[in-house]
Design a protein around this ligand. Structure first.
Ligand code: GZL
Length: 335
């Protein structure tokens, strides 16, 4: 059944019922599609299931989507999953009921999406997967992916450490790792990218990998635990995101440890707060992971709906910022 033939049927009554459904699912920005703020809107309605608001990266990603939708005259219905997959699945089902033109989702974890994506496919609604990736047998359950290469980010972190190790005197370089949300693709791939380079090098020893769930508060808890367990034994901290790194640095300083000096710190994301600490010498390397995906998502959605060719995978440009770089001309970060 071609869902598009139903569009004229989108009566006020249907619209009202489905608004209630979306509001019950915690969606915001729900407006009747069509003219937005007097501009000639494309009329597209996109349902966006965002996984949460756990970090500056995530907030920047949501803002990027909202700003790009406004610039494209697209009506973006945003649902915040509050870090729960079941909330995301509920929101996606609401988007299907509301007959949005395109569904975009940032999957909090890799598994558990097959059924709801099959429902979207049966309803004829294209799906764009953004930011994180999923495990599904049937890869045509989503139309395209826009997001970073998390494995390469882990490799970049390891490459910096290998370079840094050349100036360290220690015979053995002992690493503590604070990882992201269990089961999420950035956690899995940043771990694998890093360990694929480090684990076979006898100079390095990973003391422990402990999950901080990408949260600053848990980054603190992890660092407390690691310092208790490995007093004066940690040479390097590899943290899967800046939010956890900021929490860990607070704890280090409370213990009289000089971050970036007593413990080498490698972090991922590239948020302003981390770049500022890199410039201060409190972080040694920040691997960039860009949340600014909104423009690419809106372009892709318009291509899919208008029947144009489009790429299956789109990745943002990403850099690595280190203590060896001149960062004086680095423009302000947008997150
Ligand atoms: C990475 C993204 C991660 C960020 C974290 O693409 O999914 O989620 O690294 C965020 O800051 O919580």
């Amino acid at each position: 059944m071609d869902i598009k033939k139903w569009k004229p049927v989108r009566t006020f009554f249907t619209f009202l019922c489905l608004i209630l459904c979306l509001l019950a699912a915690g969606c915001s920005n729900v407006k009747e599609p069509g003219k937005e703020n007097g501009s000639d809107a494309s009329g597209l309605v996109i349902g966006f299931s965002q996984l949460g608001s756990e970090s500056a990266w995530r907030l920047g990603n949501t803002a990027s989507m909202e700003n790009a939708a406004a610039a494209h005259g697209i009506n973006l219905v945003v649902n915040n999953g509050m870090q729960k997959q079941e909330n995301q699945i509920t929101a996606i089902r609401s988007f299907i009921a509301y007959q949005v033109d395109v569904i975009v989702f940032a999957p909090i974890v890799e598994d558990g999406w097959t059924n709801v994506l099959q429902e979207a496919k049966d309803a004829g609604i294209p799906v764009i997967m953004m930011d994180r990736v999923i495990n599904v047998r049937d890869s045509d359950l989503y139309n395209a992916y826009i997001g970073p290469d998390h494995y390469q980010e882990g490799v970049n972190a390891a490459k910096f450490l290998i370079r840094k190790s050349e100036e360290l005197q220690n015979e053995k370089i002992r690493i503590a790792e604070i990882s992201g949300t269990e089961g999420s693709s950035p956690m899995i791939s940043r771990y694998k990218g890093f360990h694929d380079l480090i684990d076979n090098n006898d100079r390095f020893e990973v003391l422990e990998t402990i999950s901080g769930d990408f949260l600053r508060s848990k980054g603190r808890e992890c660092m407390e635990s690691l310092l208790r367990k490995y007093p004066d034994q940690i040479d390097v901290l590899y943290s899967h995101n800046d939010a956890m790194t900021l929490g860990a640095i607070e704890v280090m300083e409370e213990h009289g440890i000089k971050p970036g000096k007593d413990i080498v710190i490698i972090s991922v994301d590239g948020e302003q707060a981390a770049i500022d600490l890199l410039k201060e010498g409190k972080i040694n390397c920040v691997v960039e992971c860009s949340p600014m995906l909104g423009e690419a998502v809106m372009d892709l959605a318009e291509k899919i709906v208008s029947g144009q060719d489009y790429p299956r995978i789109t990745r943002p440009e990403e850099s690595v910022f280190t203590e060896y770089d001149d960062l004086s001309d680095l423009p302000p970060r947008e997150y």
